[in-house]
Design a protein around this ligand. Sequence first.
Ligand code: GRF
Length: 206
Amino acid sequence: MKNLVVLISGRGSNLQAILHAAQQQGWMHAVRGVISNRADAGGLEFARAAGVPAQVVAHTEFPSREAFDRALAAAIDALGGDIVALCGFMRVLGAEFVARYAGRVVNIHPSLLPSFTGLHTHARALHEGVKWHGATVHLVSNELDHGPILAQAVVPVHDDDTPQSLAARVLVEEHRIYPPVVRALLEDRVVVDGLRTRILPAASER
Ligand code: GRF
């Protein structure tokens, strides 16, 4: 099994879902560390309480995106990270970083990509009047929120939804779909062909 490093910026509920799955399914040994670009990220405390080393690499302490990315890469490599999972990590990673970890950085985005890339996805979905919304797990590429899609979940949009109520419905699905994809990457069960991907069954499911 490969080793995982998780990057966060805030609350860390997807990190919690991954750690919960890792504990329940016996792959906590693969979780090498959590890195936040913000010292006040709630997920740091949760990680430490779960026995996972957690550290801060503050983007504000670096003169450029490239310098921050290099410090981040050094921290990931020092932890022995093979796979990098972004869990609400709010910094755009530069081309050098993306190339260095090509096919090894995974993100969760709160929309049905390729619709609603970028920020404020729930408010924008309501504004556009879509009837279905959701979440996407994808590999990170150089085009923001456009890498190969690994998993998606769909939720209905209700007539009385607010961005908050819709976000809460999507978040439940995020927590459901993200951990199995992370596990599949750690177990080398992800096949990528251009933008198309498939996930091979776990050994226990074959
Ligand atoms: C999630 O909605 C995720 O899709 C987006 O940022 C949010 C992070 O939430 N990328 P959390 O920090 O995992 O609770």
